[in-house]
Ligand binder design. Structure first.
Ligand code: HEM
Length: 164
């Protein structure tokens, strides 16, 4: 299995795209910068929505309005982070995959994704009952805390990826 993954990683390192990223001056730091812009677009609106779930602005702002305006921005941010992240992974795939922080980063992204899935498939279905000027249910507040913690930890694991 480890051998198979090793084969996939060295195949990735030899793709035309990986060679282009390795061989083009300043492309890697540009990808890093766009990755950070993607992260900002992902975490900024997601954190604002999480704070609304925790009660901030509950008299004035409908949860559903916050969701409609903020969550599409977060999805766009995730797409930008994912595309630039994969592009940065390609040229040094074996080396990066071998780092201790790599499974943490991947695992935490999966955890954040599962949290979103459960929130939308279960908790958010009853939003009409707690949309405005009501306490949000404990499950919504729990999802907000998990989201804030997991995205923050993905950021730490991402930064650690360069070192260990
Ligand atoms: C979804 C797929 C993603 C992949 C494949 C990916 C992959 C990568 C790679 C390969 C690096 C460069 C590591 C190095 O310099 O050796 C990196 C950096 C980083 N990633 Fe990601 N990433 C993804 C998503 C995210 C997300 C969602 C976040 C945060 C919420 C994040 C946070 C970071 C941070 C903070 C850095 C360090 C940037 C820097 O210091 O320049 N990544 N990522």
């Amino acid at each position: 299995m480890a051998l198979e993954m090793g084969g996939i990683f060295s195949w990735m390192e030899n793709t035309g795209l990986a060679e282009a990223i390795r061989g083009t001056a300043y492309l890697y730091p540009i990808l890093e910068s766009v990755h950070i812009i993607g992260i900002a677009l992902l975490i900024g609106p997601a954190a604002a929505f999480d704070l609304r779930l925790l009660g901030l602005g509950r008299r004035a702002l409908r949860v559903s309005t916050a969701a409609d305006y903020l969550l599409p921005l977060s999805h766009l941010g995730f797409m930008i982070a994912a595309v630039t992240g994969v592009a940065m992974f390609l040229p040094g795939a074996s080396l990066i995959a071998d780092r201790g922080s790599a499974p943490w980063k991947l695992g935490l992204i999966v955890l954040a994704g599962l949290n979103i899935l459960i929130f939308h498939l279960r908790t958010y279905r009853s939003v009409a009952d707690w949309d405005v000027n009501r306490s949000t249910p404990a499950a919504a507040r729990f999802a907000a805390v998990v989201s804030l913690i997991s995205w923050s930890c993905v950021t730490v694991a991402g930064r650690l990826l360069a070192y260990t």
